[in-house]
Write a protein that binds this ligand. Structure first.
Ligand SMILES: O=C(CO)COP(=O)(O)O
Length: 254
């Protein structure tokens, strides 16, 4: 089953409106592979979503970086899935490790968020990944399986889910996972989906890698069988994001 290469740009809590406009115009001018080769989604902070949605080329899509766990209402400071749908924002990133670690989002809470967002018609980039301590103690697979299980227990239809494997030790550190390390976890995650969800979901779900992806390391990572794309942080704010998008060509010619 074909898994279209997926490249997400997570802009995190960065940018002024001037800087955001500049990034968008760089992307708009980029020569990119067609949509059947690569799906591109960029994720600005909430306040810039309308601006980016209006100015970004139509073959690229936008994602929010979070949304509330259930229907909106008296939840000060939150943004609901319904609001994103109302603004025609198609995607949302959920369970990013920065939110898990800094804001205390548990596996269950992330699972609930994924289920609610999907129920409202959003597509979800769901993030999993182990810390350095967990990797060094040999519990990487247990950690990412438990994170994925909390999602799988709440989600029936995986059609609108992209799973992002983002080892915490590789995020913003310049310490990218080796292609072999990424491939190993991606293959294990696919096996987990096969055993615990279905063979069909395992074959069709995109598992993307995030953590210090750059223009320099993307091609080798993209060449791995079970790496179906990237979730890019720092480099997605720079023109090299275009080179990362182009690494989808590696897959096409594989
Ligand atoms: O957290 C990430 C994407 O969600 C990765 O961030 P960096 O690419 O800056 O390491």
């Amino acid at each position: 089953m074909g898994r279209t290469f997926f490249v997400g740009g997570n802009w995190k809590c960065n940018g002024t409106s001037e800087e955001i406009k500049k990034i968008v115009s760089t992307l708009n001018a980029g020569q990119m592979p067609s949509q059947d080769v690569v799906e591109v989604v960029v994720s600005p902070p909430f306040v810039f979503l309308p601006l980016v949605k209006n100015e970004l080329r139509p073959d690229f899509h936008v994602a929010a970086q979070n949304c509330w766990v259930k229907k909106g209402g008296a939840f000060t400071g939150e943004v609901s899935a319904e609001m994103l749908v109302n603004l025609s924002i198609p995607w949302v990133i959920l369970g990013h490790s920065e939110r898990r670690a800094l804001l205390g989002e548990s596996n269950e809470f992330v699972g609930d968020k994924v289920a609610y967002a999907l129920s409202q018609g959003l597509k979800v980039i769901a993030c999993v990944g182990e810390t350095l301590e967990q990797r060094e103690s040999g519990s990487t697979m247990d950690v990412v399986a438990a994170q994925t299980k909390a999602i799988a227990e709440r989600v029936k239809d995986w059609k609108n889910v992209v799973l992002a494997y983002e080892p915490v030790w590789a995020i913003g550190t310049g310490k990218v996972a080796t292609p072999a390390q990424a491939q190993e976890v991606h293959a294990e995650l696919r096996k987990w989906l096969q055993a615990n969800v279905s063979a069909e979901v395992a074959a069709s779900t995109r598992i993307i890698y995030g953590g210090s992806v750059s223009g320099a390391n993307c091609k080798e990572l993209a060449g791995q069988t079970d790496v179906d794309g990237f979730l890019v942080g720092g480099a997605s704010l720079k023109p090299e994001f275009i080179d990362i998008i182009k690494s989808a060509e590696v897959k096409k010619s594989a």
